[in-house]
Design a protein around this ligand. Sequence first.
Ligand code: 5GP
Length: 210
Amino acid sequence: MKQTGLIIVLSGFSGAGKGTIMKHLLQNHPGEFNLSISATTRKKRQGEVDGRDYFFKTREEFDSMIENGDLLEYATFNNNSYGTPKSYVEKLVNEGKDVLLEIEIQGALQVKKIFPEAVLLFVMPPSADALKERLVGRGTETEDVVAERLAISNKEAEFMPQYDYLIVNDILENAVEQVYSIISSEHSRTARNVENIEKIKQDLKKFERS
Ligand code: 5GP
């Protein structure tokens, strides 16, 4: 059966576990999804690899990507710029393949404007206290950074209703499979299967009695 490629956007509060969900989704279902790699002006963190985690760019390089129309969307988060390279997403969609974008809210809403059929998922922890605990528990952020991230989450919560699905990340593997089942269900939508419907209609004609 012919498949239509989906653009699946995952956003969520910092510390909600969206990166881990993505990683497990790709591990549990190898070869089924392609992850878009973003460009960013943020400094590389320890353990990150250029071209795997992000395409790390200078401000000048990032600005020229914008000027050349190379980015599908871009946004500023915590004083750094982040953007989705357009060509990779377009190529996959044209090939009928699914592409996953792990991006923040402003970018996600831009994607939805360009591709209204994109599926937007928002990941949240089971509670605000759990979010704070996770941010503190990471041990990588100072108290100020934790407070700043929580303040950002507070503002971001305003946009949650604009997403198509809400994922509560309490038990990680449940959240991963919830994301997987949403994607499967989205593929089954009749509106995404117009060609398949037309084909079975045509094929059934051969049984028509004259
Ligand atoms: P971090 O610096 O922690 O890797 O990411 C900070 C935020 O930027 C996260 O919410 C992440 O999802 C978001 N982000 C990563 N890549 C992109 C992108 O290409 N576009 C947008 N709009 N946000 C992104």
